[in-house]
Design a protein around this ligand. Structure first.
Ligand code: AVJ
Length: 315
């Protein structure tokens, strides 16, 4: 983990336009701040997807059952799994035979999830996987039928090109009767999106700045947490919402574990996240290029968010 971390930081801060990968957000404190984000009034995606899963649980069950159980329900980037719990509860109440395999890069969030589910749904068979989803997808095998969940607009952290590559990889693992349910955050009033990534209460700012605190702790970096600000932008043409840390002065920051010092010019930025928004045309095009066929589309009442059920296309 530490090697990966060092490599990511070295690459990102060594680039002409500095960046840090968004998986760095999720240390213990970052997990907690993200849970706060999910409860913010400005952050609509969680509520929308909650609504979708709740309203369409019968439909989803029908699709899952049309193939014979038992199946593996693999959730990539499960996080605290609160949304998925609605569906898990429903599947358990219907005595559907499946194993739930939540995959997450954060050990602490997985731990929390497993503990809660063991208590709330003792009959659920659960096998947590503490890995990045790249690793987890690479290790998918076996003949057992798979239903892959990639919810919460996690796919938005990829650029559209990266998303395509990732989906191609998923399609390889849907051989046979596999299904995948993928969450896409949709283009909407740009002001609503802008607010979701720059809330009044400064929680998203704290989330972004926490990344520097993590580098201070884990790599012996000396970032001053007050000398960087949070800035979020949304481009309604491309659908890219992007987050930055902005250097508030000309400064040099040593990072002990890398034996390097990085220079930040006044107003220089570090791009820390992309949260890509899609329209239906982009979704259809991306999925079909990835070799996936749409089985069904589920929306919330506002059409802010969309969960798409796909299978591998024939041919
Ligand atoms: C967890 C990637 C879905 O991009 O909306 C929330 C993370 N970042 N606020 C998103 C996030 C800032 C979130 N995802």
């Amino acid at each position: 983990m530490n090697r990966e971390l060092r490599k990511a930081v070295e690459e990102g801060l060594g680039a002409k336009h500095k960046s840090l990968p968004s998986w760095l957000f999720y240390d213990e404190k970052g997990d907690r701040i993200f849970q706060q984000i999910m409860h913010m009034s400005e952050y609509y995606p969680t509520r929308c997807e909650y609504e979708i899963l709740d309203h369409h649980k019968e439909d989803l069950l029908r699709y899952f059952e049309s193939q014979q159980s038992p199946f593996q329900l693999i959730e990539l980037g499960a996080g605290d799994g609160l949304k998925t719990e609605i569906l898990l509860r429903y599947l358990c109440s219907r005595h559907v035979r499946f194993t739930y395999r939540p995959v997450d890069i954060s050990a602490s969030v997985l731990e929390q999830l497993s503990r809660r589910l063991k208590k709330n749904l003792p009959e659920l068979e659960i096998q947590p996987v503490n890995k990045s989803y790249y690793e987890a997808v690479g290790e998918l095998h076996g003949d057992e039928k798979k239903v892959i969940f990639f919810l919460g607009a996690n796919i938005g952290n990829f650029t559209p090109q990266e998303a395509l590559a990732f989906l191609k990889n998923i399609s390889v693992h849907l051989e046979g009767q596999g299904l995948a349910l993928i969450g896409f955050d949709l283009k909407k009033d740009p002001r609503i999106i802008a607010r979701a990534y720059d809330d009044e209460g400064g929680i998203t700012k704290a989330f972004n700045i926490n990344l520097l605190r993590r580098l201070n702790r884990e790599l012996g970096a000396q970032f001053s947490l007050t000398q960087f600000d949070h800035y979020a932008s949304y481009d309604p043409e491309t659908g890219a919402a992007r987050s930055f840390l902005v250097s508030l002065k000309d400064q040099d920051v040593p990072i002990a574990a890398l034996k390097k010092t990085y220079h930040f010019a006044h107003w220089e930025t570090i791009n820390t996240e992309i949260s890509q928004k899609y329209d239906l045309l982009m979704i259809e095009k991306t999925l079909s290029e990835a070799g996936l066929e749409i089985v069904d589309l589920f929306f919330d009442a506002n059409h802010f968010f969309c969960d798409v059920l796909v299978k591998k296309s024939r041919q």
